[in-house]
Write a protein of this length. Structure first.
Length: 93
């Protein structure tokens, strides 16, 4: 991998599998880093979605959810834990 002013050494290592894809490369990873995504909901689908987007390197991630974490959410909404019960989901996320 060549020297890149946009991605740090740690980012180059972290995203090496993305970067190694011929149709993606460093340019694609830089596009992800400059991208913004707004997720509507931090529940059963929104929880893993936001985690995967963050792990993929999305630069700016917003979440809208007006709900609070309930005990019944814990087993399927992986962003939230027992210590977050009663907390707004956007604050828990």
């Amino acid at each position: 991998m060549s020297e890149n002013p946009h991605l740090s050494k740690d980012e180059l290592k972290r995203y090496a599998r993305h970067i190694s894809l011929p149709s993606f490369g460093i340019e694609g990873q830089n596009k992800l880093r400059k991208s913004s995504v707004l997720c509507i909901g931090a529940g059963g689908l929104g929880s893993p979605c936001t985690m995967y987007l963050a792990a993929a390197g999305i630069g700016k991630l917003g979440i809208i959810d007006m709900d609070v974490v309930d005990e019944s959410n814990i087993q399927r909404q992986i962003l939230h834990g027992s210590s977050n019960i009663g907390v707004k989901k956007i604050d828990s996320a």
